[in-house]
Design a protein around this ligand. Structure first.
Ligand SMILES: Nc1ncnc2c1ncn2[C@@H]1O[C@H](COP(=O)(O)OP(=O)(O)OP(=O)(O)O)[C@@H](O)[C@H]1O
Ligand SMILES: [Mg+2]
Length: 518
């Protein structure tokens, strides 16, 4: 591990200002990487990941186009850009530039290009799930009831099947549940069930279940003291943008709920890169944006840096943008008036440099070049500079599937998540309870029939023989009301137990995922 307190990001040649460094102790003050397509955002992400890893900081990022997988292998002199890289390194005074590979763990929600990454429905919680399912307020209310019932009743919600069966049950017992929770509209229940089907069709069924991701597996530091680079394969996932955005939010919220307070560490504990960040905020309800803002603000003191990557800074809500201290702004084009306005507001957020006009610079910078500003002494924003971003040490562009397989086979978590587990949970438990209730009802019915038969026998005996027939002493005289379905019987027993279990509800954090102290 390089013993360093900063990361070299890039510099300039003639006419440029000072070399630009990201100070590790301010790397948890969040950041922004912005720019039009093809301007160099991914390479910037790549070099930041490399340097953070070298400094012993594990990171997480999603790989939207597959090109970040190159981090796992060293760059090569045979690469077509080798000459350009060397030239650039010389221009910016990057004298110890060399090729290197990095410790990478590939993750994939679909389990194809990486280790499967899963969570349980219960861990995700009702807030994020409602967002994922795009539920209306009324439907979200029902989902909250479902989670309450599951929490209080000890019905584990692990996979989508569990939630489906709980919803079926809630639909069947809407009347009795209304006594405690208020009106439960069967239409809303139906709507949620349909949304769940859509989600399943997007392949999200694989994401919900066990073994669920153990966050510790993302914090790996290798024998050389280098932080693990966790890369989520997101190419396929991008076709389900809501699932993508919700997954990243969930991960962020897990980090937040799990990590302890550390104040201001010398270097971040973890850095989280949020690529295609506009997907997170597009159409997001204000309440959710507020929560993201709150988590971003609070997660700093847990030593986590969050970096948003998007085309234009205006994609990120202002309250959050204001928290992003470290900025790499690649070129923005300004064709329309709206573009010009966005450009102006992007330029306005920098500490001016008398040597150039920020707005012009953002329009002019070339590929792999950026307008940058990093926090300096005392955490104040450094003066904006034009910066040639340093070339990557790892391979530019994707690795082959053979190389990927080799990385997966030797990963520290190889084999841990590959086989899905289907533990007994709400689905099985509800089925069992329904069966038990049905059996109990059947038995009661049989007993009742037996009683009636005896009664008839007794009456007949009295009428014809005049001898007394011994009455049954069985106490099964409490007749079960006819029409009391198994479900209703269960609902009643459940309402009783809810009453006695108050206070055992699971504690949920800001974004509704489970609160877990480490
Ligand atoms: N720091 C750099 N050093 C050398 N070359 C670079 C650098 N950054 C970018 N380039 C060149 O520019 C190309 C495009 O960069 P990159 O893929 O990072 O763009 P992008 O902004 O991520 O684009 P998109 O929005 O399409 O994903 C790279 O393939 C590389 O050839
Ligand atoms: Mg890119």
């Amino acid at each position: 591990m390089a013993d360093t307190d900063s990361i070299f990001v890039g510099g300039g040649g003639e006419g440029y200002g000072d070399p630009q460094d990201l100070l590790l102790k301010y790397a948890n003050r969040h950041g922004l990487i912005a720019g039009a397509t093809g301007t160099g955002k991914t390479v910037t992400l790549q070099i930041l990941a490399e340097s953070l890893s070298n400094a012993g900081v594990p990171v997480f990022m999603s790989d939207v186009k597959g090109d970040l997988s190159g981090l796992a292998v060293a760059g090569s002199e045979a690469h077509k850009l080798h000459g350009a890289f060397m030239e650039r390194a010389a221009t910016i005074g990057f004298t110890d530039f060399s090729y290197d590979s990095f410790p990478v763990t590939f993750w994939d929600m679909y389990g194809e290009s990486g280790h499967p990454v899963r969570t349980t429905v219960s861990e995700m919680g009702p807030l994020l799930l409602s967002r994922l399912l795009e539920l209306s307020e009324a439907q979200e209310g029902i989902l909250n009831i479902a989670f309450r019932v599951a929490d209080e009743e000890g019905l584990p919600l692990l996979d989508l099947k569990d939630l489906q069966s709980l919803l079926v049950w809630i639909g069947q017992n809407a009347k009795s549940l209304a006594l405690r929770y208020g009106f439960v509209s069967s239409q809303s229940v139906g709507a949620i069930q349909r949304r769940l089907l859509v989600l399943e069709n997007q392949g999200a069924g694989d994401f919900f279940g066990e073994p669920a991701l153990d966050l510790d597996d993302m914090f790996h530091v290798d024998a050389d003291g280098r932080g693990q680079i966790n890369i989520l394969a997101a190419d396929k996932l991008m076709s389900a943008p809501k699932l993508y955005a919700t997954f990243l939010l969930w991960l962020l919220s897990e980090l937040f709920e799990t990590l302890p307070e550390v104040g201001d560490p010398d270097k971040p504990i973890f850095v989280f890169f949020f690529d295609e960040a506009h997907l997170l905020f597009d159409g997001a309800p204000k309440a959710l944006v507020d929560k993201v803002e709150q988590v971003a603000r609070l997660i700093r003191s847990k030593g986590v840096g969050v970096y948003f990557i998007t085309q234009k800074p205006a994609d990120v809500p202002e309250d959050i943008l204001g928290q992003l201290g470290n900025r790499v702004q690649h070129a923005l084009r300004a064709f329309t008036r709206k573009d010009q306005k966005d450009l102006r507001s992007a330029a306005d957020t920098y500490r001016e440099n008398p040597r150039f006009d920020v707005e012009d610079a953002i329009k002019e910078v070339g590929v792999g070049e950026a307008v940058t500003s990093f926090l300096i002494k005392k955490g104040i924003p450094g003066m904006v500079e034009r910066t040639l971003i340093r070339p990557p040490s790892s391979q530019l562009g994707p690795i082959s599937s053979k190389e990927r397989r080799a990385v997966l086979a030797t990963s520290p978590v190889a084999g841990k998540y590959e086989t899905a587990m289907d533990r007994e949970s709400a689905f099985e438990m509800l089925a069992q309870r329904a069966a038990a209730a049905a059996k109990a009802a059947e038995e009661a019915e049989a007993k009742e029939e037996e009683m009636e038969a005896r009664e008839r026998e007794y009456q007949t005996g009295r009428r014809y023989s005049g001898t007394r027939v011994k009455r049954s002493t069985s106490k099964t005289t409490t007749r079960k009301r006819r029409g009391d379905s198994a479900g209703e019987a269960f609902a009643k027993s459940m309402m009783r137990s809810i009453g006695t279990k108050a206070g055992t509800a699971i504690v949920r954090g800001i974004m509704g995922s489970l609160f877990k102290a480490r």
